[in-house]
Design a protein around this ligand. Sequence first.
Ligand SMILES: [Zn+2]
Length: 286
Amino acid sequence: MPLEPFFCVPGLDRADHLRADPAAIAALRASVDALELAWDNGAPAIDEQGRLKWSKVVGEPILFLGLDGDAPRFSALPDGTAPVDARAHFQLLALLDADDAPTFAAALSLANWHRRHGHCSVCGHLTEPNRGGWSRMCPNCGAEHYPRSDPVVIMLAEHDGRLLLGRQPHYPERRYSALAGFLEPGESIEYAVARELKEEAGIDVHDVRYLCSQPWPFPSTLMIGAYATADDVRLTIAHDELDDARWFSREEVVAALANDPAAPFQAPPRSAIARTLLDRWVDGLM
Ligand SMILES: [Zn+2]
């Protein structure tokens, strides 16, 4: 069973040194090896094998995604008028080949960012793509805007060999997963983990440790996986955020990860970092 988070294999060489050089970008675009990402319904298109679809470059695609070896990879911006169907995009992860996941994440997050940031947040003027699509410039006030990732902490709390998992209202039936929440301005990862566990489950924790992270391009989140030790097992569940939260034994978690129909819950899918955290916990790697 893979223990690295989905999206975390090496992707394209992002070749940052080429982005600010319009002549170099134009030469790459004209290269016989250049390919352009295909889009379908606002997301990178995927073939029957789960690989991204590419075609010969036509026109002047704005996004320079990077280099595959020496071969340049570009993308146009998909049509920006239709509302983004994040749920449909999320379902693509069940099909997507892990080797293409980093490129899928970068292209989708970047395209969504361009879609939503057509105006300068300083002066309100229309902005223009810059640096091979990795920033936008305001021609009115000169501000340069960069794409952001929103940090979310996602954590396992353990007490005496059992793990705390919860159910959000929109989860599939029987699904339990790690608790999570947005990191707020002015917070450390450690503080956000402790605060979220207190808010959602009413527990105090100590020994908060960072484990691993994962980009989550719906639309542009960085999931920060952590682990904490709970002081006590008594829960006070915030029912405005969670349907339920429970402690599960190692045997119960092992059964869920093995898709055992007798398991007391259904584990999160392989594409979710929560799955990686559970895999590592049962393997004793935290
Ligand atoms: Zn401006």
